[in-house]
Design a protein around this ligand. Structure first.
Ligand code: SF4
Length: 249
């Protein structure tokens, strides 16, 4: 029997329900968690979960693909990059547990100031965090080595974003967190046969009205690399969510 290539080349895309009645978020969540379409990423996540970081050695790592999180009636969708190896891959919730002052806290404090989150931090799954009118998804649901998924892995994970979006009937404004999140949303539109022409270019706080009537906004990713160097400041992120809030009315 032929073995699977470690990079997942030749893999089938994940089997997700995309036709007929939209799937429930719960169904989509189960499909994401059960996905094993990318051998490279699955084995990396499992290894990280087994070996752990010293600071988290007493934790039970999640170690599986991470579904989106938020309000099922959300009108605002955020599309990030991928789970962090010791953040969401450990806690099982997007943008959660990547350390004090990490991307989860940075993002959540901005969402809190804009009225989309009830608390300004995102530390662990039972911290009481609830999003209002917002949902956070990602281009890739498994933590990639060096935070770098391959183009094939990004393409393979797209059906999960598609299914999640179909289960979120009220989305009106989409914020692409980083170029990969921004492009993933445009690729999703391509795959649905509704490609945007001219193609929106990624830029921080750049706002595009799409032919569907939805709005797409670019935002630098709140990675430590961006926030520690001042490429992305709290004020810059506030500007993005202020615009989103205004566009939602
Ligand atoms: S990255 Fe996406 S497609 Fe690949 S195994 Fe994880 S959930 Fe499945």
């Amino acid at each position: 029997m032929q073995g699977r290539r470690p990079d997942g080349a030749g893999q089938r895309v994940p089997r997700v329900v995309t036709r007929g009645r939209p799937p429930s978020l719960l169904t989509v969540r189960d499909q994401i968690i059960a996905c094993d379409a990318c051998p490279r990423l699955r084995s990396y996540c499992a290894r990280v979960a087994r070996e752990k970081r010293r600071a988290y050695r007493d934790d039970d790592y999640w170690g599986k693909p991470v579904p989106g999180f938020g309000d099922p009636q959300a009108r605002l969708l955020l599309v990030g990059l991928a789970p962090a190896a010791h953040g969401a891959n450990r806690t099982g919730r997007v943008f959660t547990g990547d350390g004090t002052g990490g991307s989860g806290d940075f993002l959540m404090s901005a969402l809190h100031r804009a009225g989309f989150a009830n608390i300004p931090t995102s530390r662990h799954p039972d911290d009481g965090l609830a999003l209002r009118d917002a949902f956070i998804a990602a281009a890739v649901r498994c933590a990639p080595p060096d935070n770098k998924p391959t183009p094939e892995e990004i393409a393979r994970c797209l059906p999960h974003l598609d299914a999640e979006l179909r289960a979120l009937p009220r989305i009106h404004v989409v914020v692409g967190l980083g170029r990969i999140g921004f492009d993933a949303y445009l690729r999703l539109l391509d795959s649905r046969g509704t490609a945007e022409r001219p193609r929106p270019a990624f830029g921080h706080a750049a706002v595009y009205r799409l032919s569907s009537g939805q709005i797409l906004i670019g935002c630098y990713h709140p990675s430590r690399q961006n926030t520690n160097t001042g490429k992305l400041t709290a004020a810059m992120m506030d500007e993005v969510f202020r615009r989103a809030r205004r566009l939602l009315g």
